[in-house]
Write a protein that binds this ligand. Structure first.
Ligand code: FAD
Length: 550
């Protein structure tokens, strides 16, 4: 079947996810340029996208989720781990847990120290601020109040959460009223990208306000199968609209192609287009048009075992989330009353360190007054319970995303190599011990019945590691597979302007460019990259750095 030339635009954006939506908005803002966004998934009309607790449903819906899986390793007990990724307008921001968390200062200073000028904390802070509209408290130096993305402090208060927070305080972890402010360390209820009982996805915040602009075209169900290169310049893309068997269509870009497909699909598409490690491409009969060994490498993710407890003397989300009580909760949600349907999967965040010598704290813990059935993420337990999860903030284990054929519709091999680095195992074990300590504090005593999983018989470090192997799962933060770095860094794919090394007219703008892991969930970071990347494309001067003194 031939390829039909459909149209020419100034800018073509592949992927309407967290970063892609921001870029689409900013590039089409001044009306001077024609912009086309191609999104492989459908419009974001599924109601579960918009209802906060709909997270449980979108996690397992292949119509709006790529439903990827990792390759099993010994460190995951030979289990494959689900890697959900959003496949709809808004991308993963349409199926994520809506917690808003930017990371800590040193994360970005590390990016700059790796040779990425303009990506230190002082440089990125104004872009975070431009992006956000923080409702309620928040110091002006750190928080934006006029951006597109509405962020709220969770209003829900719950006696179990309160007891967890007081318990954390009792072991020396202070309350922190804004973990996106001067410092991250401490414990608090979460901040969320929700507003008036609905999710605020990147599509809702950035794409919808731009939708009516005559210079912006949004094409859904459009799976890009190739980036077209002429010599060393990207000049357009080939895509299929609708089904795999449909005719291939071609779009041309006068100025640039912007790849915002996310940490799995961006490297996959580069590889399929002949940009990547030569050996890999040759193995699958992809013509090597530009050898770039880093494409798909340096994948990282957060890996978390979850501890669960049986709870007494109080009711939890487990019981409200089923049967007639669930109907009551739905009714309350519909009339705007307090309801679990308006909740996020995690209610309390805690940032702490694995030992006193760690200055940039390395542990994140979460608390939820609910628990999943054994091993099944998305199914609540029958009896009252709570969950404490712990993970290492900046894992060192490096993995990869590699094509396993030249078929653009075949999922690539995804291998984050969880726990491969010894340091990761060490830090995680200390996080697991802290999680257990936090389950047994005095304020939680009236409610804590017993540890359901893994149970008191698990005590030694080796036993804890075995638990991590058997039950750890992703916290959904794959990144790094098109790493940003100077051309002298052979592991890097894009330069500090996000241009692909050695190729003109092609940038990658999404979580895949993150050089090292943020101490955070990644939605905020991906949108900040979108903001900054769009300014770079438009040739605007960088926003004035904000120097902080924490
Ligand atoms: C289940 C889940 C829970 C999470 N929870 C949180 C949370 O609570 N807080 C938080 O901050 N982060 C969370 N994250 C992580 C965060 O949402 C992501 O890291 C972030 O959205 C990634 O943004 P991105 O722009 O890199 O990619 P995405 O948002 O994934 O966007 C990529 C887009 O490109 C499209 N695309 C890909 N390939 C093609 C192609 N070939 N042709 C056309 N379109 C294509 C995809 O369909 C998708 O829409 C979660 C993620 C998941 C999946």
């Amino acid at each position: 079947m031939g390829v039909y030339l459909a149209e020419t635009f100034d800018y073509i954006i592949v992927g309407a996810g967290s970063a892609g939506c921001v870029v689409a908005n900013r590039l089409s803002e001044n009306g001077k340029y024609s912009v086309c966004v191609l999104e492989a998934g459908p419009r974001d009309w599924n109601p579960f996208i918009h209802i906060p607790a709909g997270f449980m449903k979108t996690l397992i819906n292949p119509k709006i989720n790529w439903m990827y899986e990792t390759t099993a390793t010994d460190w995951t007990g030979n289990r494959v781990i689900a890697v959900p990724r959003g496949k709809t307008l808004g991308g993963s921001s349409s199926i994520n847990g809506h917690v808003y968390n930017r990371g800590q200062k040193m994360d970005f200073d590390t990016w700059a120290q790796r040779g990425n000028n303009g990506w230190g904390y002082a440089d990125v802070l104004p872009y975070f601020k431009r992006c956000e509209n923080k409702i309620g408290a928040g110091e002006d130096n750190y928080r934006g109040k006029t951006g597109n993305l509405i962020i709220n402090d969770l209003e829900w208060r719950d006696p179990l959460c309160d007891a967890f927070i007081r318990g954390a305080n009792s072991v020396g972890i202070p309350l922190n009223s804004d973990y996106n402010g001067a410092k991250q360390e401490g414990v608090s209820y979460v901040q969320r990208t929700t507003h008036k009982r609905r999710r605020v996805s990147a599509a809702r915040a950035f794409l919808n306000p731009a939708r009516k602009r005559s210079n912006l075209e949004i094409i859904t169900n459009a799976h890009v199968t190739k980036i077209i290169l002429e010599k060393k310049r990207a000049v357009g893309v080939i895509f299929k609209k609708g089904s795999q068997s449909s005719t291939s269509l071609e779009l041309r870009a006068n100025k640039e192609v912007i790849l915002s497909g996310g940490a799995i699909n961006s490297p996959q598409l580069l590889q399929l287009s002949g940009i990547g490690p030569a050996d890999l491409l040759k193995r699958y009969n992809v013509e090597v048009l530009h050898e770039l060994p880093g494409v798909g490498q340096n994948l990282r993710d957060h890996y978390a075992p979850r501890f669960t407890a049986r709870v007494k003397n109080i009711s939890t989300i487990n019981e409200s989330g089923r049967g007639p009580r669930l109907w009551g909760e739905i009714a309350k949600y519909l009339i705007g009353a307090k309801s679990i349907v308006n909740l996020s999967p995690t209610l309390v965040y805690c940032f702490w360190h694995s030992n006193e010598a760690v200055k940039n704290h390395d542990l994140q813990l979460t608390f939820t007054p609910a628990s999943y059935k054994e091993g099944v993420q998305s199914q609540l337990d029958d009896r009252p319970g709570f969950t404490v999860a712990a993970w290492q903030q900046r894992p060192e284990s490096l993995g990869f995303v590699n094509i396993k054929s030249n078929d653009p519709f075949e999922a690539p091999i995804i291998q984050p190599n969880y726990l491969e680095a010894e340091e990761d195992r060490k830090v995680l074990i200390s996080g697991m011990k802290l999680a257990r300590r936090l389950m047994r504090t005095e304020p939680l005593e009236p409610y804590f019945d017993f540890e359901q999983y893994p149970g008191d018989h698990i005590q030694t470090d080796d036993e804890l590691l075995q638990i991590a192997r058997e039950r750890g799962t992703t916290t959904f933060h794959v990144m790094g597979s098109c790493r940003m770095g100077p051309s002298s860094d052979p592991t890097s794919v894009v330069n500090e302007k996000l241009g692909v090394h050695g190729i003109d007219g092609l940038r990658v703008i999404d979580a895949s460019i993150m050089p090292t892991m943020l101490s955070a969930n990644l939605n905020a970071g991906a949108m900040m990259i979108g903001e900054k990347g769009a300014d770079m494309i438009l040739g605007k001067p960088a926003l004035e750095p904000i120097i902080t003194h924490e």
